[in-house]
Design a protein around this ligand. Structure first.
Ligand code: ACO
Length: 448
């Protein structure tokens, strides 16, 4: 099969959000810490009527409707999530409600989980399936769905929530360059969820940043090596039009891109001109470990990378800055931002994506874009996602109300025998919402 990749996309995020500037003041953090220090503008969160299952039902239903896809034409459905509602029953099985209605129960795939990486695992599985001899000619569907919430403290402003659906098949406007794919996987305790009674992770913030950057370096080096072997020429940031990162918060994305330039500098790549070489020269002999701690290097490489960042990274930062860390959906929301901002000019472009999940698992891969044909065209994907309208129609909530909501959700997590407020007044039409969890922990949803 040729040009296997993403044919269509849709995104859903809760209409409830809190401004980072307001949260900063509420938390007693210094002014600018969340907005400039972390680089975040706003954070979406689920109220008691929404969860990762309702969001994924909403986005799958919406994608099928808006692109006119017969549910019978889905042959594989995989979900990536790290939000545990049930230790056995997959989120995928909840989504089967949509497909059973049309008589389609012949759908392979279950959930994948490892922190923010599960969505990428699901995506690679679906792409591999379409490329394989077991493909039956139908579409794959990938769903990334997460609600990122943290205990009170420095990590809390790095939450977020969203669900993304990606339709997978051949002749895609967003095609995988499958030969250029590099991973780095190892054992680390940087961010994990050992307490099954709590939705909150245990997180070593500083370690998670270093693990992320080390995994990035490793993937980039391997990616470049593979490219060079196959193409017979060096790869540098000059060889891709855009770089899209898993985005826990924007500052880390800025640091990550700067790190790629530092890598380019170390191998004397064509992206680094004489002026840049001069600025980075003092750091040429740092050990790997030293380079992760060196603040001057961080500053110098960010400065060198600034024009590249503005052109090649900034267009993908909209949703992650406005919605927050969406865990498995974060990378694909960043990619959705790029489509939203640049759909007119992306044809022929190469986009590099970096996926990271703590614990840790990471993959860098390459996509080749073309305009596509309706309904599977970049411009239609942008129209369907309708990002501007979704962002503009949100309801800003005061930090006190956000904190109160999270307290209520702490009690509801793992609980049974309750009904929700069923208040769906803020939700757009077509949104699924949670109505009840019965005495057997069975969950019930309704559609607005
Ligand atoms: N104005 C401007 N900048 C400020 C201000 C201010 N008033 N105050 C602080 N800053 C800057 C700091 O200098 C720092 O920037 P730097 O990294 O460039 O030095 C930044 O704001 C953050 O401040 P810190 O004090 O370093 O960080 P803090 O201890 O508050 O925690 C952290 C930040 C670690 C990101 C925390 O939010 C966290 O643990 N988040 C969850 C973990 C995470 O997202 N990890 C990423 C990879 S794993 C994953 O995806 C889950």
């Amino acid at each position: 099969n040729r040009n296997v990749g993403i044919l269509a996309m849709d995104i859903y995020f809760p209409p409830t959000c809190v401004q980072q500037e307001a949260l900063e003041a509420h938390d007693g953090a210094s002014k600018g810490k969340y907005t400039i220090g972390l680089g975040q503008d706003c954070m979406a969160f689920c109220t008691e009527v929404e969860d990762v299952i309702s969001m994924s039902l909403t986005v799958v239903n919406s994608l099928l409707k808006k692109y006119g896809i017969d549910p019978k034409l889905i042959g594989r459905l995989e979900v990536g999530s790290e939000t545990v509602i049930d230790k056995s029953k997959s989120i995928k099985t909840f989504l089967m409600q949509i497909f059973e209605k049309s008589g389609n129960t012949d759908i392979e795939g279950v959930d994948s989980s490892n922190a923010c990486y599960g969505g990428t695992a699901a995506l690679l599985n679906c792409v591999n399936w379409v490329e394989s001899s077991s493909w039956d000619g139908r579409y794959g569907l990938v769903v990334c769905t997460d609600s990122a919430v943290y205990a009170e403290g420095p990590a809390r402003p790095t939450g977020g929530a969203a669900s993304i659906a990606l339709l997978i098949g051949p002749d895609a406007p967003i095609a995988f360059e499958s030969k250029f794919r590099a991973s780095h996987m190892s054992h680390a305790y940087d961010f994990y969820k050992p307490n099954l009674a709590s939705e909150y992770p245990v997180v070593d913030g500083k370690l998670s940043q270093t693990c992320y950057l080390m995994a990035l370096d490793s993937c980039y080096t391997r990616f470049c090596n593979k490219y060079e072997k196959l193409e017979g020429k060096q790869f540098s940031v000059a060889d891709a039009d855009y770089f899209v990162f898993h985005s826990p918060y924007n500052k880390l994305v800025q640091k990550s891109f700067a790190r790629l330039l530092y890598n380019d500098f170390l191998k004397n790549a064509r992206s680094i001109d004489e002026a840049a070489k001069e600025k980075l020269a003092p750091f040429s002999s740092l050990s790997g470990d030293e380079s992760y701690q060196n603040r001057d290097l961080e500053k110098a490489s960010q400065l060198v990378g600034k024009p590249f960042y503005d052109a090649k990274v900034q267009p993908s930062t909209l949703l992650p800055k406005q919605v927050g860390n969406m865990y498995t959906a974060s990378l694909y929301a960043a990619f959705a931002s790029l489509i939203h901002n640049k759909h007119d000019t992306l044809s022929g472009n190469r986009v590099i994506l970096f996926s990271y999940g703590s614990g840790l698992t990471a993959t860098m891969f390459s996509l080749k874009l073309s305009a596509g044909e309706h309904p599977f065209s970049l411009s239609n994907i942008a129209a369907v996602m309708d990002v501007d309208r979704k962002l503009k129609s949100r309801h800003e909530v005061a930090p006190e109300k956000f904190v109160e909501t999270l307290k209520l959700m702490e009690h509801r997590y793992g609980a049974k025998d309750f009904v929700t407020s069923k208040d769906c007044s803020l939700l757009p039409p077509g949104t699924y919402y949670l109505t009840e969890v019965d005495t057997m922990y069975r969950r019930f949803y309704a559609t607005k």
